[in-house]
Structure formats: structure tokens, C-alpha cells
Ligand binder design. Structure first.
Ligand SMILES: [Zn+2]
Length: 285
């Protein structure tokens, strides 16, 4: 599943590749790819054709393309969705579902999705923030993210700190990989009760989250999944810089202790048992 850095890499590529361009052709090859557009593929195409894409924006893991009509194309990448900006004469990808061409005959926008969990939809009046994602909190790289409100909200929760990081109504864009990496950097156990965190500890954690996300962005994202690629079809290489996630049994790069893995919310949590000691007062994680 792509996380914030991967989606931001894609957003930057789209912003460079399609901003300001006018759509002339829309081909929906697989209706499932626009199933969230309930009025159907023809309506999807009609609302998009002739419109200029004014940019590429993101909230958490969701991307949208504002249109000069005030509507927006909302993209769900799902597990395997890719938005590619490629020369229009390039052969069709095996799982090419939507193809969008521009009036300048430059590179076209393609939505490719192997597992078709993702898709595109046009949200009326969604250029500013599409309604289906308006409830999602800002992410820590958003210039309007409010640090002190976040610190207060985390300390008011009665939950484990990793659950708080994964709660999209509190902060968006942090998935399992970057939560484990940020907790390792901040030396916090994933089950640490949020109400026991001091304000400086939450601020330090937020700093670690930003460091991890920025490092991953600089590396072009994490290619933990061969399906994740940027708009040019290239993978990132942050997976070479992981300290905790996926490192079970390897030596902690700070203290040499073997990284542990435990089941967590149907997935796993990776942590250093020494640098990130289990809280003394145990509670459900
Ligand atoms: Zn350690």
C-alpha cells in the first residue's frame, strides 16, 4: 500500500507533467476503474473533456486534480493503482484502464491498476478539497498542519501511540512502515499509552515522523511493493534506509539488539526491545 511519501512523489510528477493542460480525449477501458463515479463512465468523460487540469493536490494518501470547472478528479490508488504520464505512442500497459489525452499532443495521463481496487471519480465542486476526503486530517508535511493541536489531541486520546499515528482523523499519511520507523527514531514503544506521553515527547515524535517522511521523499519513496512507481514508472529506494520495519532479527542500528516483530492490527509492529522499552503499565495495544 503506498504511503504519503510515495503518493507525494506521484503528486509532484503529476504537477510537473499535466498542470495547466487541457483534456481532449478520455477513454475508459474498464468501467470498474471509474465505479466510484456513480453517474457512470460517459458522465465521467463528459465532465473531464475540454477541462484544464490546474494542478495536482494531496491530502494524506489521496490525490486529486482540480479542474478549471471547479470540479476535481479524485484518485484512489488502492493497493496497486498507478498514474503515469507517458508519451501517447507508448504501447498500452497490460492493466491500462483510463487514458486521458491533451490538446497539446504531449504526454498522456494513464491510470493503470493490476488489482482494480483503485479508481478515478469526478467530484463536483471538489477543486479545493473533494468532499469524500474532507474528514481526513492534514498530514505532518502540510504547511497548515497545527503542531500544538496535534500534541493536545494525542495526549487526550486513550490509546497506544502507534494507533494514534495510524488514525487518519488525527493525522493523515502515516501507514505501518513510517509509523514503525518514526517510533524507532523517537525511541517509543508502539503500545505506549498516549495519555502518558509528555508534550516534549509528542513534539519529538512529530519531529521523527517528519524526518522519516522527508528522508523517504528524498529517496523517491519505498519500493516495498514492486507495484509502486512514480509517474515515469520508476521505483523508490528508501527501503535501503529502513531501521525497524521489515528488519526482524537484524541488529538495531543504535544498540545492536535484534529487532522484534509482533502482530499488530492484522499486520506487524517492528521495534527494538531495548531502545523502545515496553511501557510498565500495560494496556491493550
Ligand atoms: Zn536498539
Amino acid at each position: 500500500m503506498p504511503e504519503l511519501p510515495e503518493v507525494e512523489v506521484v503528486r509532484r510528477g503529476l504537477d510537473r507533467g499535466i498542470s495547466g493542460r487541457r483534456v481532449v480525449t478520455v477513454e475508459v477501458g474498464h468501467p470498474r476503474a471509474v465505479r466510484r463515479h456513480v453517474a457512470g463512465p460517459d458522465d465521467f468523460s463528459a465532465l473531464l473533456r475540454g477541462r484544464r487540469i490546474t494542478g495536482a493536490r494531496r491530502r494524506g494518501k489521496y490525490l486529486w486534480l482540480p479542474l478549471d470547472s471547479g470540479d476535481a478528479v479524485l484518485a484512489h490508488l488502492g493497493m496497486s493503482g498507478q498514474l503515469l504520464v507517458v508519451p501517447s505512442d507508448r504501447p498500452a500497459e497490460k492493466h491500462l484502464h483510463v487514458r486521458i489525452g491533451f490538446d497539446d499532443d504531449g504526454p498522456e495521463l494513464r491510470f493503470v491498476d493490476q488489482r482494480t481496487f483503485g479508481g478515478l471519480a469526478i467530484v463536483r465542486d471538489g477543486a479545493d478539497v473533494p468532499e469524500p476526503i474532507a474528514h481526513i486530517a492534514r498530514d505532518p508535511l502540510d504547511p497548515e498542519f497545527d503542531d500544538e493541536s496535534f500534541v493536545d489531541a494525542v495526549r487526550r486520546r486513550r490509546t497506544g501511540v502507534k494507533r494514534a499515528l495510524l488514525d487518519q482523523t488525527l493525522v493523515s499519511g502515516i501507514g505501518n512502515i513510517y509509523a514503525d520507523e518514526a517510533l524507532w527514531r523517537a525511541r517509543l514503544h508502539y503500545a505506549r499509552p498516549t495519555e502518558t506521553l509528555t508534550r516534549p515527547e509528542v513534539r519529538r515524535l512529530l519531529g521523527s515522523v517528519r524526518d522519516v517522511l522527508n528522508d523517504a521523499l528524498a529517496a523517491g519513496g519505498t519500493s516495498f511493493d514492486a507495484l509502486y512507481v512514480n509517474v515515469n514508472g520508476e521505483s523508490g529506494y528508501f527501503d535501503r534506509s529502513l531501521h525497524a520495519y521489515g528488519q526482524e532479527g537484524r541488529a538495531c542500528q543504535r544498540c545492536g539488539t535484534a529487532i522484534a516483530r509482533v502482530p499488530f492490527m492484522n499486520r506487524s509492529s517492528y521495534f527494538c526491545p531495548v531502545c523502545q522499552p515496553r511501557p510498565r503499565v500495560r494496556r491493550a495495544s
